[in-house]
Design a protein around this ligand. Structure first.
Ligand code: WQD
Length: 323
């Protein structure tokens, strides 16, 4: 019996594959390598291809006795999604429909799905609970919300699922063997590291006039290894017969942009060159999780704090200085 991980060569996928492997679980990765990096997952059986390739899914399921799936594969650039709705809906939503059809045809009936807190849009109150309205504000977030609803409807045809709504994933593996590729991310933490190491100009702080204690936006930064653990606990929950659900995966703590910069300066011992610019369109003032449900149902909670996140990110990105 093996776990199929789609998009397993990606940032969060590869950290989840590493944890499953550490736990001696049989893992198979399917990744198109459009966004993923093969070297991240050199130790497990790998198939390069698309989640819509039903013949390939059948081949993998038969060859490796796949019993469950973690589905990461998706396009996830918020800005790009607004310019390419057809490509995003076709790949993210259409691909997931094709994947589920092929999995059910091969007897696979359990899926952990990579969703996002972006489905909430700009929440009216924080911390965000699962009964907060889904008001996605980008095509990317819309596709995540639609995929969640599609998977929930698949209960009727035998596919049980857990949709994990990630807050802000960041950091790298504790041994610095894998981490985020800053060339493929516009997220805060890798860009902070890039600015410290001089591989970019000063970091743009998108606005310091928000109604927050220091004027900068607040987010819930979660260590990528904690996030990987949530996926494993979701697999166990489904294997034990758990009903389908969607739940937040966050620390429950809000952190501002300037607080991230401050911790990065403490950890690196260097200044983060930065300049305050105008607000970025679409940025909510404050988004952080209420993690009550994930703790109650999956038995998961974050074990690493912001300093752990930033330290792991610094150890990973600063390796470039030794090249
Ligand atoms: C965090 C904070 C920015 C860059 C996005 C997606 C979400 C999820 C995570 C996939 C914000 C500020 C950032 C910079 C800055 N992705 N910032 N200067 O926007 O909260 O969430 O990534 O699931 O779906 O929406 O993450 O890291 O881009 O921004 O000031 O150069 O850092 O304004 O307040 P975000 P982020």
């Amino acid at each position: 019996m093996a776990v199929l991980v789609t998009g397993g060569a990606g940032y969060i996928g590869s950290h989840t594959v590493a944890l499953l492997t550490q736990q001696q679980r049989d893992v198979v990765v399917l990744d198109s390598l459009e966004l993923g990096t093969k070297s991240r997952i050199d130790t497990v059986p790998f198939f390069q291809g698309n989640i819509s390739d039903e013949r390939l899914i059948e081949k993998i399921c038969k060859k490796h006795d796949i019993t469950e799936v973690i589905h990461f594969a998706a396009y996830k650039a918020v800005g790009e999604s607004m310019e390419q709705p057809l490509r995003y809906y076709n790949n993210n939503v259409g691909g997931t429909i094709d994947l589920v059809r092929a999995l059910l045809a091969n007897g696979v009936e359990r899926m952990v799905f990579s969703s996002s807190a972006a489905v909430y849009g700009n929440p009216a109150s924080v911390p965000v609970t699962e009964d907060s309205p889904l008001l996605p504000e980008s095509v990317y977030a819309e596709t995540k919300a639609v995929m969640e609803r599609f998977l929930a409807s698949c209960d009727a045809i035998g596919m049980r699922s857990v949709s994990l709504r990630y807050f802000n994933a960041a950091g790298a593996s504790a041994d610095s063997s894998i981490g985020e590729d800053w060339s493929m991310s516009q997220n805060l933490v890798p860009l902070v590291m890039k600015a410290i190491l001089g591989f970019s100009g000063p970091l743009n702080v998108f606005g310091n006039d928000y109604p927050t204690p220091d004027g900068t936006c607040i987010r819930d930064y979660i260590h990528v290894e904690d996030l990987a653990d949530a996926h494993v606990k979701a697999l166990d929950y489904l294997e034990q017969g758990g009903a389908s659900l969607a739940c937040n995966v966050g620390t429950g703590r809000g952190t501002s942009v300037l607080e991230v910069i401050d911790i990065a300066e403490q950890v690196s011992g260097r200044k983060v060159p930065h300049v305050v610019t105008s607000r970025r369109a679409g940025d909510p003032t404050s988004v952080y999780a209420d993690p009550t449900l994930v703790r109650a149902l999956l038995g998961w909670k974050a074990t690493r704090d912001l300093r752990d996140i930033i330290t792991s990110a610094w150890n990973w990105h600063s390796k470039i200085e030794n090249v």
